[in-house]
Design a protein around this ligand. Structure first.
Ligand code: A2P
Length: 307
């Protein structure tokens, strides 16, 4: 296995007490058809700031929504993963993108709108935003990225860093190893960046785009299609990639998805992606999936960002 050389990154060039103002240059919906889950691709022009060329794919930027909450306190900083490659959106170092889902909740018949996500979703080109960052120093592609194979697991907006990483690997680095993206969402209408990913799948024989739609039909045993069940249903494709000694796994999205993946990796005999904390029982199903983290954690070959 090649050594995993993670790049040195700069952290918090701009902090909460010292944010920087950047301009929105585009803001568009990234679902193909209309969906009640509205997800947007938003690009900022960071020209003239110290963020130019200093934000890597896999890192996040902070957004400070204007105004105060009902108690008169300034709104909290929210972190958003960067979805542009390290070279910048459309190869322009001064353009940084992110992927934002408009959060809308109902509680006791009242509608609640997520502060930062709705603020960002409403922005128009030319509007300015206060941002901080970058943050994150582990969920990165190695400097020697071409030496590895990748299996990326994403749910929902967890796709953000992978959009940038896939662009970086295939469009900039002439990547020749295997890369699979397993993307999970509730309905087909919630597929994000689907045209781009379908196109990459068609163009590059070593890029595999696997969709996992959870609420349209069930698996044969009655369970839902989740990203981890693709390790079973698409075993023919994924197991040989997992079996290679230079494969890395990246997991991004909903908290809880990682333990489902851990369990399936153990069942299929791929313990190298994990570090054992405590002896495992013979039958893994004796452990409730939620308790699996008492027994195992991500190893150096597994990168995760769950929230
Ligand atoms: P479901 O909600 O049908 O149970 P989004 O962020 O767009 O809501 O998508 C999240 C996706 O992740 C959904 O398809 C959701 O399925 C699925 N999901 C929910 N819980 C888990 C889990 N523990 N492991 C993997 N996927 C999950």
């Amino acid at each position: 296995m090649s050594e995993i050389k993670l790049p040195e990154v700069e952290l918090n060039i701009y902090s909460k007490s010292n944010p920087v103002e950047v301009k929105v240059v585009e803001n568009y919906v990234v679902t193909k058809e209309s969906s009640p889950n509205i997800v947007r691709h938003i690009t900022f022009d960071v020209s003239g700031t110290d963020l130019v060329d200093r934000v890597r794919v896999g890192q996040s930027i902070g957004v400070l929504p204007p105004g105060v909450d009902e108690k008169g306190r300034a709104h909290k900083l929210r972190l958003y993963s960067v979805s542009s490659p390290t070279s910048g959106e459309k190869n322009q170092k001064h353009l940084i993108s992110t992927t934002v889902k408009r959060t809308i909740d109902e509680y006791q018949s009242k509608i609640y709108l997520g502060v930062a996500s709705n603020y960002l979703s409403d922005l128009k080109p030319g509007d300015t935003v206060k941002v901080t960052g970058p943050s994150g120093k582990r969920f990165l592609l190695p400097e020697n990225a071409k030496d590895f194979n990748y299996i990326f697991f994403a749910t929902g907006t967890g796709i953000a860093p992978f959009r940038g990483m896939i662009l970086e690997l295939f469009e900039e680095q002439d990547f020749q190893n295997e890369c699979a993206l397993v993307f999970g969402c509730p309905y087909r209408t919630d597929l994000l960046y689907a045209d781009f990913l379908d196109e990459m799948h068609d163009r590059y024989p070593n890029f595999h785009y696997i969709k996992s739609i959870s609420r349209e039909g069930r698996r044969k045993d009655g369970t839902k299609h989740y990203v981890q069940t693709k390790l079973v249903d698409d075993k023919e494709l994924l197991a040989p990639i997992l079996a290679k000694e230079n494969t890395l796994i990246y997991i991004c999205g909903m908290k809880g998805m990682e333990t489902g993946i851990y369990k399936e990796l153990l069942k299929q005999g791929f313990p190298d992606y994990l570090e054992i904390r405590k002896a495992l029982p013979e039958d893994l199903d004796d452990i409730p999936t939620g308790d699996l983290k008492k027994f195992v954690k991500a190893s150096a070959r597994t990168f995760e960002e769950v929230y």
